[in-house]
Every structure is written in structure tokens, then in C-alpha cells.
Design a protein around this ligand. Structure first.
Ligand SMILES: [Fe+2]
Ligand SMILES: [Fe+2]
Length: 356
């Protein structure tokens, strides 16, 4: 899997990107539905709580349940000919097209396509979270972890339900999974230990999801979208907290060699996500609007504020959490900075850790 990513790396200017240009390869990745997953099931006879904070999180999870079919106002319209995000700043396609002088309808159509793409990728990510969480129920060693992971399974089912219903009912499309995302999710699902599964999904992907959802939430004006994201976001913050609580205990017990492995694992996943620079989305929709994917990436890298915009989803939750865990050190900090994933003077976390 690593080879697929390495073979699809190239340079755009002085930035190394991951870019899939071979459509047959992309389709083959999407057709790969059966993944060989090593899984070591763990029994435990300790039924009492060992980790107070995890039990408290489980209780919060039970109280925070909601019904995707009944608790949302599905009659809320999402008109295609009205803006529900700002024309500039929220959508890459719309921002670039506006800068090029395209008419408003073209920009709005492009923003619509890009939004359907974003929610579709979140949906595919939710399916991976559901599958991985099912694995955690089996392979996590303590009863507290099994209880929490079990309760998270139903959260993830609900997220798959709500995003798929939103896309089908309001946007009329589910965009296929991006190849870069597919490779990374396969890698996490096939990770050999519960520790790497937990770091990968619960800390990295859940943390990214929280950051992206917060950005979407702030930019959006449609009440249905705002309500969906708000509800999913609250669940995800709890999931990210589970990842941190579990990882915090894990890193305490880890020797320096394991810490280096975990730090590199985190960097490699996040760097790959960042290296795509939305090229998967640009390859799908760019040509429809007369945009060359590589030229768009090149142009955005010339923006003065590029690294601030680029670093936002990383610096929102993932980076602060990795810092707290001691999984960003001087060994990797500069590499994150060079790639525009970390900006500013200090490594100060910007958001409070939910539930911890
Ligand atoms: Fe989720
Ligand atoms: Fe989640």
C-alpha cells in the first residue's frame, strides 16, 4: 500500500504531492472491497471499571444519543440556486473561479459539487470508523475500552446514516471515495495492533474530522447542515477524547523506540493527507470548470495566506492532541512546518481537549 502512495508522488513547484492520474488504478482501488485484517481478539474477566474517565465518557455517550431520522428537520430545503456557504474562502473551486472572473452561477455550481464531494468523503470515513470501531471491541484489552468502543459503534452507524441520507435526499449524489483516502483507510483498518488502530482512527482521523466539521459549521448558513454537523461534531469530540485517554495511558508505558514509531506513524498518515492538496477533488471536478488540477495547486501555493489556510484543520485538534501526547517532537516539528501543516511561533494547543 505504501508503494502505491510512493509511486504516485511528484513535485508541483517545490512541493511534493500525492496525485493519482491513472483512472484504472483509481477504479481498482475502489473495487477492492475485501481487506485482509489481522485481528487478535482479547477476552477479559475484569468486569469492574479500571479507568474512571473512560466510564464517565461512556456515560456521556449514552446520554448524548440522538435519532438521525426523527431529531432533524428533514423538510428543510437546500436550494441549488442559493448560496449556503460564502462564495470566497469556503470552497477552493469557487474561490479560484471567482478570482478568474467566472459568473456567479458557475461559482455556485462548483461550490455545490465541492460540498457534495466533502460530505461524501466524510461519509466514507464514517464507514471506516464504523468498521474499525467494531474491531476495537474485539481487540482492546480492557472492559472499559470494549464498553466505550461498543457504544461508539452505534454513533458511527448513525453518522453513516445521517450523511448518506443527507446526500441522497438533499444533494442527489454520493461521490465515490478519493483514492488517497481509500489507501489510508485500508492501511488503518489493516493495522496490526489495537494501539496503531487507536492512534490512527481515534486520534488522527477523528481529530481531523472534528477540525473539518468545525470549519464547515462556521461557514455554513443552511439550518439542516448546521444541525447535522453540530450533532455529529459533539459525538466526534467524545470519540477523539476516547482516543486521547487511551493513548495517554499507552504513551506513558511506551519505551523511546515505540514513541518514535508512533510519532512517525502519525506524521506519515497526516503528511499523506496533506500531500494530496485536494488533488483528488480537483481531478474529479476541475476539468468540468475548465480548471487544471496542478495549476490550481500551484496557484494556491502562491497565496500569501496559504499556510494559514492549509494548517487550519490540522492545528484545530490533531496537532494539539499529538503535542499533548508527546508525539510531535523537534524530530518532526520542522517537517510539519515545512509542509504548511503547522504555523506560528509556539506549539501551543489552540483548543481545549473535550472531556479530558
Ligand atoms: Fe463518526
Ligand atoms: Fe467517530
Amino acid at each position: 500500500m505504501q508503494t502505491i502512495l510512493e509511486n504516485n508522488r511528484r513535485r508541483i513547484g517545490d512541493f511534493e504531492v500525492v496525485e493519482f492520474v491513472d483512472e484504472d488504478q483509481v477504479e481498482a482501488l475502489r473495487r477492492r472491497l475485501d481487506i485482509d485484517v489481522p485481528l487478535e481478539l482479547q477476552w477479559t474477566w475484569e468486569y469492574g471499571s479500571e479507568v474512571e474517565e473512560l466510564r464517565a465518557l461512556y456515560e456521556r455517550g449514552k446520554r448524548g444519543q440522538w435519532n438521525a431520522e426523527e431529531d432533524l428537520d428533514w423538510s428543510t430545503p437546500l436550494p441549488r440556486d442559493e448560496w449556503f456557504t460564502p462564495q470566497i474562502g469556503a470552497s477552493l473551486l469557487s474561490s479560484v473561479l471567482t478570482e478568474m472572473g467566472a459568473d456567479e452561477k458557475t461559482c455556485r455550481d462548483a461550490a455545490w459539487d465541492e460540498f457534495s464531494h466533502l460530505i461524501s468523503q466524510l461519509l466514507h470515513g464514517e464507514q471506516a470508523a464504523l468498521q474499525l470501531c467494531g474491531q476495537l471491541v474485539n481487540c482492546c484489552p480492557t472492559m472499559d475500552q470494549k464498553w466505550y468502543a461498543g457504544s461508539q459503534v452505534i454513533d458511527e452507524v448513525r453518522h453513516v446514516e445521517v450523511f448518506s441520507k443527507f446526500l441522497q435526499r438533499k444533494m442527489g449524489v454520493v461521490v465515490p471515495i478519493d483514492p488517497t483516502l481509500k489507501v489510508l483507510l485500508d492501511k488503518l483498518l489493516a493495522a496490526p495492533t489495537w494501539q496503531t488502530k487507536c492512534l490512527g482512527m481515534q486520534t488522527l482521523f477523528e481529530g481531523m474530522a472534528v477540525g473539518i466539521m468545525d470549519i464547515v459549521q462556521r461557514a455554513n448558513t443552511n439550518p439542516l447542515i448546521k444541525d447535522i454537523i453540530h450533532r455529529v461534531h459533539q459525538d466526534e469530540a467524545r470519540h477523539a477524547a476516547f482516543g486521547i485517554l487511551t493513548m495517554r495511558r499507552l504513551v506513558k508505558e511506551s519505551d523511546p523506540e515505540t514513541m518514535i514509531e508512533l510519532e512517525d506513524f502519525a506524521f506519515n498518515i497526516l503528511e499523506t493527507l496533506n500531500a494530496n492538496q485536494q488533488l483528488d477533488m480537483l481531478h474529479r471536478f476541475g476539468p468540468k470548470y475548465g480548471l487544471d488540477p496542478q495549476a490550481v495547486v500551484q496557484a494556491t501555493h502562491n497565496w500569501e495566506q496559504w499556510s494559514f489556510v492549509n494548517s487550519e484543520p490540522y492545528m484545530h485538534t490533531v496537532m494539539p492532541n499529538l503535542m499533548r501526547l508527546g508525539l510531535v517532537t523537534e524530530r518532526t516539528e520542522d517537517k510539519y512546518r515545512e509542509r504548511g501543516m503547522l504555523v506560528g511561533e509556539h506549539l501551543a494547543p489552540r483548543s481545549a481537549l473535550p472531556g479530558v
